[in-house]
Design a protein around this ligand. Structure first.
Ligand SMILES: Nc1nc2c(c(=O)[nH]1)N[C@H]1C(S)=C(S)[C@@H](COP(=O)(O)OP(=O)(O)OC[C@H]3O[C@@H](n4cnc5c(=O)[nH]c(N)nc54)[C@H](O)[C@@H]3O)O[C@H]1N2
Ligand SMILES: Nc1nc2c(c(=O)[nH]1)N[C@H]1C(S)=C(S)[C@@H](COP(=O)(O)OP(=O)(O)OC[C@H]3O[C@@H](n4cnc5c(=O)[nH]c(N)nc54)[C@H](O)[C@@H]3O)O[C@H]1N2
Ligand code: SF4
Ligand SMILES: [Mo]
Length: 697
């Protein structure tokens, strides 16, 4: 029996597990005891990593849909020749930009980097990631406030924090191993606060829940800042030494009085004063946010509203503090820094000549090879397809027919495409079922590469099981696509994950995310390594926190207070659409579009099969709806869908909650984005409801 330590490739904690293998079979999965993230614990998804890829098609070969609609399985050579030929033809006929690709936060760093090289450096096409649906807001907020996309914390900050404030985050469901650490908290006294319009699983388990009105966080945060200033509960020495823009910020928030904002946020002046006092009394206060903040129409400024609170109270750079954005997918951090989409490899801007030169040197290429500007965002790719400008789309490791906002628009886009290529483990996902070419790849347990987790920790994904003769992994397919497209010498130095890792390491030299001290061989069996880890960094601590010296990555080393007038909700409730739909995660066992977790028997047995919503019992009664009744929900986007009713006090009257794990949910979400990050506003859509089959109410 062999033991192989590898990384759980679901959520952004990237727990490590030890897999025991006998006769090419995984016999046992034990969470790695010594790994600093999960220390011997894992959730049901990590414990079920052997359940992957068991429902694949008959043979792992490319599937092409012919003109008459029939499917044909062809050799890898033929499949890739077909794709590359079509891509070249379309580019020839309609221009370079007539092809686009969408990737993910769930591939390895090396796969993303190679894909970025192929798409952006070589084909010169738009390439965005599903991280646009998730972390784009945090990326922009960090860049503007800190000067670099740098989440500051190490997960050990959880244990040294005496006040933990979760804003729009539900870690009981979404980051379960993190929640274990929050509850235990090293045995220290601590208080947990949750700000969420929904009495979420985390709210129910917190010390205090602030059930704010949806999308009123920015008003709440500005008012909180004003209360802290008025009581002189700020750290003036920290503000003077390490930040800029505070005077203007003070002026901006002066108008946000608790009395005036109560009607907007639903939080009373007394509770707000109380929250401010808790922050003031706390020795180490940490603020954690996730999708309840990132997915909104004024999301970047809201994230910065959180950052401003941490800065003005000096809760940065010390153990237990920080304005801390939690990542979602296992390698979203890798995609943010090494995918060549929104910035150069290693995180610099495309218009920075010094960085361009450094990246050219690292990659041994000419400047003409590098993209001139960031890719167009996901939303613009979909709009471009619908407008007829983009003719081919290649998606990898994401399922947008289900997960894209207002997802009928994705179906509409696919109908316009001349070529739709899907690269996935499964040939029957909502997206792969409607593609022209399906490229089957093996799951994570048969791949190698690097993942970067939410606290910037690099760890190794390792092949635990051997592959069959026809099975390909993502890296090989992307590489073979590059060869088929004629990249030739442009692939020199890019032909194995190890080579690509070395290129990316070199690109990071001198950047905040410097990983020049990390070797590809040192990661397996290790405790992981957090960036920055420059050459000659020495062993150091295995808990690396940023900004301990109060220096930020802005040109003058100071963090910025960024703020703006609170925007009106562009899609308010109305007489026609009087209720609001909120969406998010449903249960620990369900992962996004459920292509993978349907294989986990314990999960499949207990999870609800059909789309459902949480409905407040009083509202349900008004419509004559009982538990398990079908309800039709009509959204302001013009679409409707039928869900099963679950009566729940997690939602107040007027609020409806739909888990994103069912395709119906995104039928109803809006085509509305934050203006800076272009992240969709998944968490607020005005709706009306009707008993299914009844008279419209
Ligand atoms: N089991 C499981 N775990 C997962 C995932 C999964 O699919 N399944 N996905 C992973 C990924 S990619 C991500 S990004 C993370 C997401 O992790 P989370 O962001 O924690 O999960 P969500 O359920 O999307 O949203 C969190 C909360 O935001 C609240 N919210 C909605 N609107 C507002 C608002 O206006 N203000 C505030 N303050 N809160 C609001 C919702 O009610 C919800 O409780 O989870 C990761 N972990
Ligand atoms: N309404 C609503 N919608 C949301 C959200 C929300 O809160 N509310 N959250 C958004 C967020 S934060 C996210 S991150 C997205 C997630 O949305 P998606 O990325 O679309 O969701 P997944 O189900 O994780 O899709 C991953 C796909 O990759 C496949 N796959 C798994 N492993 C591999 C592999 O190794 N290689 C390849 N090539 N394929 C693989 C899986 O089978 C699956 O089809 O959803 C977004 N959509
Ligand atoms: S908490 Fe996240 S990384 Fe850890 S085992 Fe569960 S899904 Fe995997
Ligand atoms: Mo996400």
């Amino acid at each position: 029996m062999t033991k192989i330590q590898t990384t759980c490739n679901y959520c952004s904690l990237a727990c490590n597990v030890d897999m025991y293998v006998e006769d090419n079979r995984i016999t046992r999965i034990l969470p790695s005891k010594a790994y600093p993230v999960n220390r011997g614990f894992a959730c049901i998804k990590g414990l079920s990593l052997d359940r992957q890829g068991t429902v694949q098609g008959p043979r792992p070969l490319p599937r092409i849909r012919r003109a008459d609609g029939t499917a044909e399985w062809v050799s890898w050579d033929e499949g890739l020749r077909y794709c590359s030929g079509r891509i070249r033809d379309l580019q020839h006929q309609y221009g370079l930009q007539s092809v686009a690709a969408i990737s993910t936060g769930q591939l390895t760093l090396e796969e993303m980097a190679l894909l970025g090289h192929l798409c952006r450096d070589y084909l010169k096409i738009p390439l965005d990631g599903n991280t646009r649906l998730c972390m784009a807001t945090s990326v922009v907020a960090h860049k503007q406030s800190f000067g670099f996309d740098a989440p500051p914390y190490t997960l050990a900050d959880i244990e040294s924090s005496d006040l933990l404030i979760f804003i729009g985050a539900n870690p009981v469901v979404a980051h379960p191993v993190l929640w274990d650490r929050v509850r235990f908290n090293g045995g220290h006294a601590h208080k947990i606060i949750v700000i969420d319009p929904r009495r979420s699983e985390t709210a129910e388990n917190a010390d205090e829940w602030y059930g704010i009105k949806p999308k009123s966080d920015l008003t709440l945060l500005y008012t909180l800042a004003n209360v802290l200033i008025r009581n002189n509960w700020i750290d003036q020495a920290y503000i003077d030494a390490h930040t800029e823009g505070f005077q203007d910020f003070r002026g901006h928030v002066a108008a946000f009085t608790p009395e005036k904002t109560e009607a907007l946020t639903g939080i009373s002046p007394e509770r707000l004063e109380h929250l401010a006092a808790l922050i003031h009394q706390g020795k180490a206060v940490s603020l954690w946010w996730t999708m309840g903040v990132n997915q909104g129409y004024q999301a970047v400024r809201t994230a910065q509203g959180i950052i401003n609170i941490a800065l003005m109270t000096g809760n940065m750079g010390r153990p237990g503090t920080g304005a801390n954005s939690l990542t979602g997918q296992v390698n979203a951090m890798g995609s943010r820094l090494f995918s060549n989409t929104a910035g150069l490899y290693g995180g610099g801007d495309y218009d920075n000549p010094v960085r361009r030169e450094a990246v050219c040197r690292a990659l041994h290429c000419d400047d003409a090879m590098l993209p001139l500007k960031p890719t167009i965002p996901y939303s613009a790719i979909i709009e471009g397809i619908i407008a007829g400008d983009i003719k081919a789309l290649w998606i990898l490791c994401t399922n947008p027919r289900h997960s894209w906002t207002n997802n009928d628009t994705f179906r509409q886009a696919v109908e316009k495409l001349d070529l739709f290529i899907v690269q996935d483990v499964y040939g029957d996902t909502d997206s792969s079922a409607i593609c022209d070419v399906f490229l089957p790849v093996c799951p994570g347990i048969k791949k190698e590469g690097t993942m970067i987790n939410t606290e910037r920790r690099l760890s190794a994904l390792r092949p635990v099981l051997p592959r069959g003769p026809e099975e390909r992994n993502d890296f090989e397919v992307i590489l073979a696509m590059g060869e088929a497209l004629g990249m030739g010498k442009a692939l020199d130095g890019w032909r194995s994950p190890r080579e690509v890792f070395d290129l990316m390491r070199e690109c990071s030299r001198g950047m905040p995310c410097d990983i020049t001290g990390v070797s590809y061989d040192a990661l397996p069996e290790s405790s992981g390594i957090q960036w920055p880890f420059p050459e000659k960094a020495g062993a150091g601590s295995d808990q690396r926190r940023l900004f301990e010296d109060g220096r930020y990555y802005t040109p003058n080393g100071k963090a910025r207070f960024v703020f703006e007038a609170v925007a009106e909700n562009p899609t308010p409730l109305s007489e026609t659409y009087p209720y609001y739909l909120n969406t998010g995660r449903g249960s620990v066992g369900q992962w996004h579009t459920q292509t993978r977790t349907r294989e986990v028997i314990f999960v499949a047995d207990v999870s609800i099969k059909a789309a459902y919503v949480h409905l407040n019992p009083v509202l349900a009664q008004e419509y004559g709806l009982k538990e398990n009744d079908p309800v039709e929900i009509y959204a302001q986007n013009g679409k409707s869908a039928v869900f099963t009713v679950r009566l729940s006090n997690q939602v107040d009257y007027g609020q409806i909650y739909a888990p994103l794990h069912y395709i119906e949910t995104n039928r109803l979400t809006p085509s509305l984005y934050d203006p800076y990050s272009k992240e969709p506003s998944f968490k607020f859509e005005p709706v009306r409801i009707q008993k299914y089959g009844g008279i419209q109410g």
